[in-house]
Each structure stands twice: as C-alpha cells, then as structure tokens.
Design a protein around this ligand. Structure first.
Ligand code: ADP
Ligand code: ZN
Length: 728
C-alpha cells in the first residue's frame, strides 16, 4: 500500500505529491485527509495524505510513512475539496489552504505536544456481587469500605477527592482500578432561566422566510442597529438544531461579541463550540475534538471557524457581514463569506448575511435579486433611533474649541448631571500619513481617483497610491491660504487629558490598542462600563460595533474627517458604517439617544446620510461614484504587490509585471501602475502595487498564474496577488 503525500516543506511552497510506502502497522489506520509524518531529505516533516493506492512502480527506493500526527484530526472529503477551491480562488499553494483549516495547535513545529487533558477516576474492578460479598466479611467501617460502598452507588468517583492510601490498598487487592478520561477545558451549561423574547412581526417574518428555505439561497438580513438580529439568529439556529442539523455563526471579533456568545451558551450550553484567537492552544484543540466527535451542533467563531468540520450543516450565519475581518490579509487571502457560500452549496443550506450597513457589493446583489433581501426596520426593544447632530468645527476653531465643541461639552455635562453614560469615539486608523488643514478642513485628493493623497516625508510630496499622481506639499493651505496644514494626529491620550480638564469629576475609561493588549482587558472594560463604574468610555473604532449599553444616551464622534480621508476607495463606505454603527450605541433602552458628529466638512454628503439615518441615499450616491471610477461592485479588482528590500529590483520587477499584464489581459480590463503601495516601506521592504480593474476577463487568471509561478520561489523579489482585495 502506498500513500501520496502533500508535504509541508518549511521554506519553499512545493505543491507536489510525493509517494511513500504505508508500513503494515499503519495500514487500516491511514486515511485520506490525515496528517502524517514522513522523512524528507534528512528531516522528518508533516504532510497530508492525498491519495491511497495499491500499486506503484518506482525507479527509486521509496521511503515509509513514519507515523500519523493525530488519528482523529482528519480533513473530510468536503474540506479536502474546499482546499482545492481556495487554491483556485486565491492562487495559494494547496498546502497553505490545508494548514489554514486546522487549528493552529497542530501547526506548531513540535507536534509531540499532547493537548489532551485528562481527569483520573476510580471505578470498581470486580462485579457488584463480588464487592458486596467482600464487604460482608468486612468487620469494621473504614475509609476503604466507605469508598467501596460509594462505588456500589456511583459508577465512578474523582480520584483526587479520596484518600491516596486507601485507594492504593484497594488497588492492590484488585477491587478497584484507575481510569483516565479526557476532559474538555471549556464546559458551559445552558441557562434554563434565560429570557427568550417573543419575536416581533418583522423578526418573525425573517425567521419564517429563512427557516422555510430548503436550498442554498443567500439572504441579506438588513436590520437597523438594535433591531434584534441576534434574537433571529438564536431562533434560526434553534430550529436547525431541532431538525438534527448543525450551524455556524461567524462573528467579526470575539472580544466585542462576548455578549452574543454568552447568549448562545445560555440557549445551547455544551452544544456550542467556540473558535477565536483568545483561546489557548489546548482550548482550541478541545473545541476542535468536540466537533470532530460530533458532540456539538453550533459553532461560533471568527473567520477561521468557517473551516470547522461540522457535518450536516443546516445554516451558516455571518454577523456584521461588512466587517473587514472576514478577509484574511495573508496567504491564503480568502474571504470567509466566499467559503461560507461554497459550504452552503455543498450542504444545500441557506446562508444569512446580517448587517445594519452591508457592503455595497452585498446590497447591490440583494437589490438585483441575487440574494434575498429581508429587512428589520425598527428597534426591537424599547429604544428608538437617536437624534444625530452635525457640528461645524470650522466655527468652533474660531472660538478656540479645538477638540470638543460647545454643544458636545454642554451635552456631556447634562449627561453627567443625569447620571447617564457617554461614549466618545476618536477614529484613527490606517498607516498612511495624510495632511489636512486644521483651519478649514481641506485635504489633498487625487484628481483622477478621488482618494486622499499620501504624504511622503522623504520627498516632501503627496502621491496617489492608485494611479501614481504626484503633487508638491505647499506651505500654506491651498484652500484658505492660512498656515493650518497638519498631519492628522489627534490621539486618544490627548483627548483623555482634555476630558480630565473639562470634566474633572467624570470617571473616564479609555479603550484602544494600548489599554487592551492584555488578555481579558477588553471584557473587563466593557463589564465595568456596563456596571456603571465609569461615566465616559473613550475609544477608537473598536468601541463602535456590537456593544449594547442601555445607559448610554450620548455618543460624541470627534473628527469624523479622519475616516473620510483614509486613502481608500472604500473610505466613504467605511465612514458611513462606522458612524452609523457608533450612533447605534446611543438610546438602546427607553432613554432617548443623542449623537454629535464633529467635522470640518459639515456639508459632506456621507455625514448627512448618517444624520438622516438614510442608507438608501448613501447607497445611491456611492454607487454613482463607484460606477464612474470603475470600482466594485461595477468592476472587480485584483491587486498585485511586488516587494523587495532592494528598491531598484522592486521597481524593475513591478514594471515587468505591469507590462506583462497589459499585454496579456483582456482589452476591456484596466491595468494601473506600478505605483507605491499604501504601506510603501514596511520592514525595510519596498512595496510597489499594480491594480487590475475588470468585468469579464478570461485571460486574467492564466496571466496571474503564470506570474505567480515565476516569483513563487524567488527569494529576492516577492509577488503578492490579492484577488478581490478589500483595500488597495
Ligand atoms: P442588533 O444585533 O440587531 O443590533 P440586538 O440583537 O443586540 O440587536 O438586540 C437589541 C436589543 O433588543 C437587545 O437588548 C435584545 O435583548 C432586545 N430584543 C431583541 N428582540 C426583542 C424582542 N422581540 N422583544 C423585546 N426585546 C428584544
Ligand atoms: Zn490617482
């Protein structure tokens, strides 16, 4: 017997099968999809069994498979095929696809680590009759006879609860024995007392339509913030479980969704397995085993949870479908929503994409009828949508209010007086440096691409990283001619100091990357804020989503422009989603909510759509821009990055790649570049970017495959291909 093995070669990505002999002791154990150890060169490395064959003629002497890594961890047929789908879709090596599918605890170099976690029990080693007989002749009661009596009543007891010496003598007499049983690190019980809301009309309708679906329809569940999407998810999954099927719920980031996960534990207890980066390797291993053993019916987790080997999937739900986190930004560059579609097709089951602010692509598909569109238009509980106000910071700056406007200061004071809580959001993300005018709010934009130009300090100019347009940075603002040009850089720390000065009695907590690096820090801040230990929560975009604080009635958004000015074709969409979601944190109970958005561009269309709670108008406006400038959903994108620590080599190869593409793609496609990538110099590597915009291009995939094959094993120049990138 022989096995064809796809090997995990550490330095090069060789997608080639090697044939090994299956030794007798492993025959009957080895199966397709199993991870095994094989000799390669003078090392022992891991590989996946791709095929098992009876006969093989080789000129060389074949080597033997050494061992299996874990008999239980086998990729089933569905996942083996899914790996090939990912390879095709993202142009990654097949081995990377398989490595991504298994929990990281199995990827560790030293795979002798044993993650199994045991508890030792004592059980009888003779029949009950024999034990009773033995006890009859027993004169006095002591610890030994006591334990035997307990074991007549109970099947097993935990060893460490009883005296070591009496166990020892009972074992010597052959009356009892020790057994080890595997324990899972996470054991949750359902909560019988949990409040299950009766669904309102809209929720019930959503539930009915989706639960009656018998095929692989994709639904867009578009529900305003607080419309009770979670309740719909719970009911859908419950109905699925009752039919004997399983379900996957994907969530964007676990720290923000602990509230949702706890609700699922309340309903489903130990039938839930969770998957996210905050678990230890041992926990991940356990959760995976539960699934392989068919002990759970619900899996909740972040992106990679889409690969869990559940059988008989009845529904997949992707919460906050617009979230960036569903796309992996290193190899394999897959999008979990594409994988979800593929799995739903395989299981013939519905896929639900939930969001208050779906991506333009998703909404366009829903409007065209490719997806089925279901809406939740009202808040489910007592809450109503908040009142949103836009404050013109140009006027405030004249009054020397640089960080907080008068209106926001007044509203915060009111809240502090009424003992209601406040959230202050300061969005600061992206690596690029952009420049704006603190006097009039002007920012440099590319005349060709309508995106913000990136400042390059070394050459003191501004560049468009899409098309390469370049312009000099002036000393004075080109718009108002004042001396107000600044690098965007108002930080959370500075704002915290200002809050302390303006509101000395307020209790403030800050949540950003600096204050949440320790495990559990997120949860603690959220719990404390929920328990009213603080009056003001100040943070970056990590506080904008998913959280449900009934006592928050005011959300202040400082410098909404910083998000509009990120040089990315999605910056309007991101800003709308961010501000809309952040606004959604206010007024979630019967208290009326207020939102204040501070900006230098009070007439900005996107901000006014947020103010009017008008996703429709925003959608139409942004779709026009996308059509005119040939962005998704009208055009598809593929981005290529040519990377090297040698500037000339990087530029030279980027030019070659670009020329090759121009000659070898369809004539209706547009090839842009090469230009500097948004993160131009990173880790001492220079990064150039080429972007292809296309509608239908049969030639592109072959051109990409060819380029990939040229650079895959080049150790001086790296080529990264991202098909359907979220950012370029
Ligand atoms: P979303 O995820 O759509 O923003 P949530 O699922 O967080 O909304 O629900 C918002 C609030 O409404 C929660 O506090 C939830 O308990 C409550 N809720 C949901 N459905 C109902 C219902 N049918 N009746 C009463 N309250 C509900
Ligand atoms: Zn441009």
């Amino acid at each position: 017997m022989y096995a064809e093995i796809l090997i995990e070669y550490p330095t090069k990505k060789i997608d080639k099968y090697f044939t090994y002999i299956v030794p007798e002791n492993l025959q009957g154990i080895i199966s397709i999809g199993m991870k095994v150890k094989v000799p390669f060169g003078n090392k022992i490395i891991n590989g996946f069994v791709m095929n098992i064959i009876d006969n093989y003629n080789s000129e060389y002497e074949l080597k033997e498979v050494v061992d299996v890594v874990d008999e239980e961890l086998v990729l089933n047929k569905e996942l083996m095929d899914l790996g090939k789908f990912i390879q095709d879709k993202t142009l990654c090596p097949l081995i990377s696809a398989y490595q991504t599918m298994l929990p990281s605890s199995l990827k560790i170099k030293d795979n002798d680590t044993n993650y199994n976690f045991y508890k030792t029990y004592i059980v009888l080693n003779k029949s009950k009759e024999e034990i009773k007989e033995y006890l009859k002749n027993y004169k006095k009661i002591n610890k030994q006879s006591e334990l035997l009596n307990i074991l007549l009543e109970n099947e097993k007891v935990i060893k460490k609860d009883y005296s070591v010496s009496s166990i020892k003598s009972l074992i010597e007499k052959d009356l009892v024995k020790e057994i080890k049983e595997q324990e899972y690190r996470i054991n949750k019980e359902s909560n019988k007392l949990v409040v299950k809301h009766e669904l309102n009309e809209e929720q019930q309708n959503a539930f009915d339509v989706i639960s009656n679906c018998n095929d692989d329809t994709t639904f867009l569940l578009e529900g305003v913030t607080g419309s009770g999407k979670t309740e719909v998810y719970l009911n859908l999954i419950n109905s699925c479980v009752n039919k004997g099927k399983t379900a996957i719920l994907l969530v964007p980031e676990i720290s923000l969704t602990m509230q949702i996960i706890n609700r699922f534990y309340d309903w489903f207890g130990s039938s839930v397995a969770v998957f996210h980066s905050a678990l230890s390797n041992g926990e991940k291993y356990d959760e995976y085993l539960k699934i392989i053993r068919g002990e759970v019916s619900v899996v909740i987790g972040t992106r990679s949870a889409i690969f869990t080997p559940l059988e008989n999937i009845g529904i997949i739900i992707v919460d906050e479908e617009h979230s960036d986190t569903y796309k992996q930004d290193n190899t394999p560059r897959y999008n979990a929503i594409d994988i979800a579609k593929e799995r739903c097709k395989y299981h013939n089951s519905p896929l639900v994409l939930g969001s208050a602010t779906p991506t333009l692509e998703t909404r366009a598909r829903a409007l065209k009828g490719v997806y089925k569109h279901i809406k939740l238009s009202k808040r489910a509980g007592a809450g109503t949508l908040p009142n949103v106000q836009i404050i013109d910071m140009v006027e405030e700056v004249k009054k020397k209010n640089f960080i907080f406007s008068e209106e926001l200061i007044n509203k915060i004071n009111d809240n502090l007086k009424n003992k209601e809580q406040v959230i202050i959001l300061l969005n600061r993300r992206g690596y690029s440096t952009t420049i704006n005018c603190s006097n009039c709010g002007f920012t440099y934009k590319c005349p060709n691409c309508d995106i913000t130009l990136t400042y390059h300090k070394s050459t003191n100019n501004l560049r468009c990283h899409y098309c390469g347009y370049m312009t000099k940075k002036e000393d004075k603002c080109p718009n108002c001619h004042e001396d107000g040009l600044n690098y965007l850089g108002l930080g959370t720390e500075k704002v915290e100091l200002e809050i302390n000065k303006l509101f000395p009695d307020a209790r403030v907590v800050r949540m950003d990357q600096d204050t949440t690096s320790k495990k559990g820090a997120h949860e603690r801040i959220i719990e404390d804020f929920k328990n009213l230990k603080y009056d003001i929560l100040l943070g970056t975009q990590m506080i904008s989503k998913g959280l449900d604080f009934p006592n928050v009635t005011l959300v202040g958004i400082l410098n909404a422009d910083s998000s509009l000015n990120i040089p990315d074709f999605r910056s309007n969409e991101k800003t709308f989603a961010l501000l809309y979601q952040a606004s959604g944190r206010a007024g979630r109970s019967n208290l009326k909510g207020n939102v204040i958005i501070q900006t230098f561009n009070p007439d900005n269309y996107v901000l006014n759509c947020v103010k009017n709670n008008d996703f429709n108008s925003f959608y139409n406006y942004e779709m026009d821009i996308r059509r005119i400038l040939k962005y998704p959903p009208y055009y598809y994108l593929t981005s290529l990055k040519v990377i090297s620590n040698d500037y000339n080599l990087a530029l030279e190869n980027a030019t070659k790649v670009c020329d090759y593409l121009k000659k070898n793609v369809d004539e209706t496609s547009v090839v842009l570049g090469p230009t500097t990538a948004s993160l131009f110099k990173f880790n001492n590597n220079y990064r150039f970017q080429i972007v292809v915009k296309y509608r239908f291009d049969n030639k592109l995939i072959n051109a990409l495959k060819y380029l990939d094959s040229i650079y895959i094993n080049d150790n001086k120049v790296n080529l990264e291909i991202d098909i359907d990138p979220l950012h370029i």
